[in-house]
Write a protein that binds this ligand. Structure first.
Ligand code: FES
Length: 81
């Protein structure tokens, strides 16, 4: 499904750039940059934020690492619930 009509981005393309790790996009602006484009009208930012939050929450739910510091992914998991 197309989620950004200005840049013709699909939800699958957005999810494909969300690889776990330090370089993983954390904001819609970083998702646009990852996909080689930039926001135009901005109507899709909220949808992209939702995809991002759900993907990061799923990543956190599957994480078995016990972190010493507060995990920012836990906040996203709770927000997506
Ligand atoms: S719909 Fe994505 S920038 Fe316009």
């Amino acid at each position: 499904m197309i989620v950004c009509s200005c840049n013709v981005l699909s939800d699958g393309q957005v999810r494909a750039c969300l690889n776990p790790g330090p370089g993983c996009p954390r904001t819609p602006a970083q998702v646009y940059a990852c996909l080689g484009c930039s926001p135009k009208c901005g109507r899709c930012a909220r949808t992209i934020r939702g995809i991002l939050d759900r993907a990061l929450a799923d990543t956190h739910a599957a994480c078995t690492t016990t972190c010493g510091a507060a995990c920012t992914l836990k906040e996203l998991e709770e927000a997506a619930a």
